[in-house]
Write a new protein. Structure first.
Length: 248
């Protein structure tokens, strides 16, 4: 996925507010990237631009060699549904469906797959993230951490190439957040690229590359090794030093 010189502005009253001011970013296959920066620096807007959820005012976003702006609404929706997965701070699940039906919903629109196969996959994912047995629960009958795990299963049901996470651990306590990061790291180690926005140095320290944003620009970048077997405390400290250095 390549974003070249992305510009995004919003009209607020008579004023035009530039929120992304020429951002270029490349995410390689299977990479694990995070975006940090002060509130309002444009992190979520960048995720929306890269995933085609929002159009851009300048520059170009390409995915699998295709310029997103050249695609029809349907082509774009198909790419989002089959190649991209989304995890938000609060999972967007439907109230009138149980957990299992919420997870399988995006894949049920794919005519090439049988409902049985999709359900099988959903059950395997639920087991993997530790929520097996909650299939028939209503979304109001599970904890925040369990709901977030269901959101991850839903994001993974179509085997996406990339997962976009907008503060995926933001609403969780620190223990559950780390468990969630274990799951996301495992998904990444199996080949899915991940880009996530976070305020948490501990979360960013789990990734391989951190992009730091300020006022709609990427102002710095930090590379870390693949995280397995590395002292996370030391890694987190390094991220915090960098944050302090650039004033975040
Ligand atoms: N639809 C919109 N209309 C007008 N302004 C918007 C819109 N969406 C975002 N903005 C503005 O763009 C700026 C960047 O917002 P964005 O949500 O990308 O920031 P962020 O870095 O993700 O912040 P946070 O860490 O608080 O979530 C903010 O000033 C916000 O008010």
């Amino acid at each position: 996925m390549i974003g070249e010189n992305i510009v995004k502005s919003f009209q607020v009253g008579h004023e035009k507010q530039i929120v992304l001011d020429g951002v270029s970013i490349e995410i390689n296959e299977g990479e694990f990237v995070s975006v940090m920066g002060p509130s309002g620096s444009g992190k979520s807007t960048l995720l929306y631009a890269l995933s085609g959820m929002d159009d851009v005012n300048g520059g170009k976003v390409s995915f699998d060699g295709k310029d997103l702006s050249s695609l029809s609404e349907k082509e774009l929706a198909d790419i989002r549904r089959t190649k991209m997965g989304f995890v938000f701070q609060q999972p967007i699940l439907l109230k009138n469906l149980n957990i299992l039906d919420n997870i399988i919903l995006p894949a049920m629109r794919d005519n090439r797959k049988s409902a049985e196969k999709i359900t099988e996959k959903a059950r395997a994912l639920m087991k993997k993230v530790g929520i097996a047995g909650l299939e028939n629960r209503d979304i109001t009958q599970v904890s925040g951490g369990q709901l977030q795990r269901a959101g991850i299963c839903r994001a993974l049901i179509s085997n996406p190439e990339i997962i976009f996470g907008d503060e995926p651990t933001g609403a969780l306590n620190s223990k559950t957040a780390q468990e969630m990061m274990d799951i996301i790291s495992e998904i990444n180690s199996e080949g899915t690229a991940v880009i996530l926005v976070t305020h948490d140095a501990k979360v960013a320290a789990r990734t391989e590359r951190i992009m730091f944003m300020r006022d709609g620009k990427i102002v710095s970048e930090m590379r870390l090794e693949k995280s397995s077997g590395i002292d996370m405390e030391d890694r987190t400290k390094k991220v915090m030093v960098k944050m302090r250095e650039i004033g975040i």
